[in-house]
Write a protein that binds this ligand. Structure first.
Ligand code: G
Ligand code: MN
Length: 187
């Protein structure tokens, strides 16, 4: 779980980031095993497991006063969200775990849908060079403007330096996630 903070540095939420602890190969990063899982037809059960595990974690946090309001954000694959029973899957997991749906965020790529989304996220591929690549800076500013225009919240991920955070802050983004704030870590 990687912490997400507001402009004052207070942690308000997390993104669930999955790791595969392989007995022989050690820690396998998602960039390797997600494509493999997609290839092997395992992305749907894997996605359901990640969602359920994150919801269980929400319930665990909800019992600790200091952590009860934490949110968890889960990336959902295009394949998953296109399932005819995707809504039933999510509702079933919420019912089984008893997680508070207000604390759960589903991350979808912009290709899936732009309606009915509460928060836009600036992908780390744009944040990485936001200070040196004028195109990436324009994209980041445009996402903030889009969020403003649509009445949506906005968060940047992949924030690694104070300078990146300051730039984002200056352009109206007030929520951040990235190595500057914290690495993914056990719950
Ligand atoms: O883009 P996506 O959210 O799918 O990428 C997730 C991966 O990015 C995770 O494996 C996580 O460890 C990594 N990550 C999280 N924060 C940062 C960061 O600030 N910098 C870099 N380079 N990678 C990050
Ligand atoms: Mn992410």
């Amino acid at each position: 779980y990687q912490p997400q903070v507001d402009a004052a540095g207070r942690v308000f939420g997390t993104e669930a980031l999955v790791r595969w602890h392989h007995p022989g190969r050690g820690m396998v990063p998602p960039a390797e095993f997600i494509p493999a899982a997609e290839h092997a037809g395992l992305i749907l059960p894997l996605g359901a497991w990640v969602l359920e595990t994150a919801c269980q974690q929400l319930v665990t946090w909800s019992r600790q006063p200091d952590l009860a309001r934490l949110t968890v954000s889960v990336k959902v694959s295009v394949r998953q969200v296109r399932l005819p029973d995707f809504v039933d899957l999510v509702l079933g997991i919420l019912a089984r775990t008893g997680a508070n749906p207000h604390r759960l965020k589903l991350e979808l790529t912009e290709s899936v849908l732009i309606d009915d989304v509460d928060q836009l996220k600036i992908d780390q591929s744009f944040v990485r060079d936001v200070l040196t690549d004028p195109h990436d800076a324009s994209i980041a500013r445009t996402i903030v403007a889009l969020a403003d225009a649509m009445g949506l919240a906005v968060i940047a991920e992949g924030v690694e330096t104070e300078a990146q955070r300051d730039f984002l802050h200056q352009h109206g983004c007030r929520s951040y996630q990235g190595y500057l704030i914290g690495r993914p870590m056990p719950a």
